[in-house]
Design a protein around this ligand. Structure first.
Ligand SMILES: [Zn+2]
Ligand SMILES: [Zn+2]
Length: 88
């Protein structure tokens, strides 16, 4: 590996690493899948939800139940209960 290509490689690696850490800090890892009810507050976890698909008010995708206002993915991203929107 020549001096120039090594420097270029290093630059690319730094750029990639920077993008990786930036992405990590401003958006946490959330499921892309909209179906599911993994993000419910403790009181909503006790409720039963009708098994009929609804629509997420944030992204417009399908939710697991019409009783949910947010999909699984948005509940995670917004840190809110998918049902009552209380912050988790
Ligand atoms: Zn959503
Ligand atoms: Zn709730």
């Amino acid at each position: 590996m020549g001096k120039e290509s090594r420097r270029r490689f290093f630059k690319t690696a730094v750029k990639l690493l920077g993008a990786f850490f930036l992405g990590q800090s401003c958006s946490k890892r959330c499921p892309e899948e909209s179906l599911g009810m993994d993000y419910l507050c403790s009181s909503c976890q006790k409720l039963g939800f009708p098994m009929a698909v609804g629509t997420c008010s944030a992204c417009g995708r399908m939710t697991s139940s019409i009783g949910l206002k947010l999909c699984n993915s948005c509940g995670c991203k917004l840190d809110q209960c998918q049902s009552c929107l209380k912050s988790l």
